[in-house]
Design a protein around this ligand. Structure first.
Ligand code: FE2
Length: 305
């Protein structure tokens, strides 16, 4: 108990263990569980406790089943080793603790290998409602329950495959300026697709429209807003729209897309890859998200291997 009271904490933006690893260039880390402070556990407890009734109302059934299968503790930050022990036999997925932002190719390649880059820090108590960067509540309570579902796990793997196709499609473009421009356009298309499905997707369900996107499932306010508010436009997923639609991160989403099922989503990822092979992702509409130099370099490095 004394240790917990005096632990330095793993709070977003105030976690020396994680920041030092990042400065040393270590992307993949361990979850130093003993460093969580009581305040960190309290943050998890509050986040989890208030989400539970909203999940029951608005989450898709696969997510609710996933929460059961994982036995996530309601009162303490979960140990990733416990999560993995229950998750791995179901779909082969594992959480993989990271020190910060994972450049695009590496992120997609982790999915391809059934690994999910997972943040270990948790938001501070005065920012329960909104945090632009992921934290362990978003990653483990928002994403990981979906990874217990085979059809959804297969979507992520298929999506990860697309990053390899992107490397294959761009590595031999002789003009390096044109090559980089195409890679950036493809990353933008993939990121938008990921955003409007895995992060903010809605799905038809027996109880009506429900959420499967983790950005919604980890947000107390936005989950209800996404399903109920007349301010939100909800349309069937259209690939040509999604890849050209700017993704804004700093407010509730005004536009969301609905899939029929995870089999439907899987087919759409297949179409996305086909469009990439046909060159249709080489000129998507400019705009958000910004693609960083690190994202571009991650694809260029993969092409050299
Ligand atoms: Fe996320």
């Amino acid at each position: 108990m004394l240790e917990a009271l005096t632990a330095p904490g793993l709070t977003t933006g105030q976690a020396p263990f994680v920041e030092e690893a990042r400065h040393r260039g270590e992307l993949y880390i361990t979850q130093p569980y003993e460093l969580y402070s009581e305040e960190n556990h309290e943050a998890w407890r509050r986040l989890y406790g208030r989400m539970q009734p909203r999940w029951e109302q608005y989450a898709n059934d696969h997510f609710l089943a996933g929460i059961e299968k994982l036995h996530l503790p309601p009162d303490r930050v979960p140990r990733l080793s416990d999560v993995n022990r229950r998750l791995q036999p179901l779909t082969g997925f594992q959480t993989k603790p990271v020190s910060g932002y994972v450049p695009a190719f590496l992120f997609f390649d982790c999915l391809h290998r059934r690994e999910f880059p997972t943040t270990v820090t948790i938001r501070p108590p005065d920012r329960m409602d909104y945090l632009p960067e992921p934290d362990i509540f978003h990653d483990v309570a928002g994403h990981v329950p979906m990874h217990t579902e085979k059809a959804f796990a297969d979507v992520l793997v298929r999506f990860g495959d697309c990053a390899h196709t992107a490397v294959e499609m761009t590595r031999d473009v002789p003009d390096t300026h044109e090559r980089d421009r195409r890679i950036i356009s493809i990353i933008r298309a993939l990121s938008r697709f990921f955003w409007f499905t895995v992060e903010f997707g809605l799905m038809k369900g027996p109880r009506g429209i429900c959420a499967y996107g983790s950005g919604l499932l980890s947000s107390y306010g936005e989950l209800q807003h996404a399903i109920k508010s007349p301010e939100v436009q909800r349309y069937p997923l259209q690939l040509e729209w999604v890849i050209n639609q700017g993704a804004e991160i700093d407010h509730y989403q005004p536009l969301l897309f609905i899939v029929d099922s995870f089999e439907h989503l899987f087919d759409q990822v297949g179409r996305l890859e086909q469009w990439m092979r046909q060159g249709k992702l080489n000129h998507v509409a400019p705009g958000l998200p910004e693609i960083s130099e690190g994202d571009l370099q991650s694809f260029l490095s993969a092409a050299e291997q």
